[in-house]
Ligand binder design. Structure first.
Ligand SMILES: NC(=O)c1ccc[n+]([C@@H]2O[C@H](COP(=O)([O-])OP(=O)(O)OC[C@H]3O[C@@H](n4cnc5c(N)ncnc54)[C@H](OP(=O)(O)O)[C@@H]3O)[C@@H](O)[C@H]2O)c1
Length: 251
């Protein structure tokens, strides 16, 4: 199946759906005229129309017109939506739930996504989804049990990274550098470190060791971070977000 021939539908047309659709359109994976989004109100649909997508208030129409369907309502709405669309779901459909896993920032920027397949989704469907989502960034297929962990690591993780960037910059402000410049340098530092991690595939502990001159500035700074239990605190944060995602999925 050619990606350009695909008809992609979104049940729910809010932030997550919009971010994903923008990524697919920007990458040219699907023409806007092949994208159909549904929502009860026009609140979000106007923006879809402006980008050339088709819209409807009827969820069933999305199923009737699309092969690949993203379910992008809030989780508490989803059971009712599933009930509503069930009669229209056929074997040709690939249904993807966004109800857990990734934030809008992840979709648009940080670009780390994971998906897990249900029992009737085959290799072809998984490959197609991976090819489409890869246009928005890194995309990996994982066992379903990793989905909540991904939320704790990456979905919520962008916020921990912003907090760290803010702290880095404020340290520089404290030492006399202007805030705007400090923020830009902090962001560039995170970007550079992330690129090197991805490009080399090295364990971060090895990369960290490589930049520590004996008796130098970096090891003095790292000693302070260890005293502040940065590592244990961040591990606790990932655990807390993962557990919260798991609880929300069970609600
Ligand atoms: N786990 C994570 O890391 C994570 C992070 C963020 C989001 N998410 C998931 O992504 C999903 C969407 O979140 P969001 O932030 O995009 O929400 P959102 O911006 O509030 O969008 C929800 C959309 O669903 C529509 N909707 C409401 N009831 C509906 C119904 N009965 N049938 C069809 N559409 C309906 C809304 O319509 P209107 O336009 O009329 O309001 C809106 O377009 C959620 O399940 C959320 O849990 C997961």
């Amino acid at each position: 199946m050619e990606a350009v021939e695909l008809r992609v539908g979104f049940v729910g047309a809010g932030r997550m759906a919009g971010g994903l659709a923008r990524g697919l359109l920007r990458a040219g994976k699907v023409p806007a005229s092949n994208v159909l989004a549904s929502a009860p109100s026009d609140k979000n649909l106007d923006a879809w129309q402006e980008s050339g997508c088709r819209t409807t208030h009827c969820n069933l129409e999305v199923l009737q017109e699309s092969t690949l369907v993203f379910l992008a309502t809030k989780p508490h709405i989803l059971p009712g939506v599933l009930q509503e669309i069930r009669p229209a779901v056929g074997p040709h459909h690939i249904i993807v739930s966004l109800a857990a896993g990734v934030t809008l920032q992840t979709l648009q920027r940080a670009g780390a996504m994971v998906f897990a397949r249900g029992s009737s989704a085959g290799d072809r469907e998984a490959a197609l989804l991976k090819s489409l989502l890869s246009s928005c960034g890194l995309c990996e297929e994982v066992p379903e049990s990793y989905i909540n962990i991904h939320t704790g690591l990456s979905g919520s993780g962008v916020a921990y990274v912003y907090l760290f960037a803010e702290a880095l910059a404020e340290g520089a402000v404290k030492m006399g550098m202007p805030g705007g410049l400090a923020s830009r340098i902090a962001a560039q530092t995170l970007l550079g470190a992330a690129k090197i991690m991805l490009e080399t595939g090295e364990h971060p502990a090895k990369l960290r060791g490589d930049v520590c001159t004996p008796g130098g500035t970096t090891i003095h700074a790292l000693h302070q971070l260890e005293k502040g239990a940065l590592r244990a605190t961040v591990m606790n944060a990932v655990e807390a977000a993962t557990n919260r995602a798991r609880d929300m999925a069970e609600d």
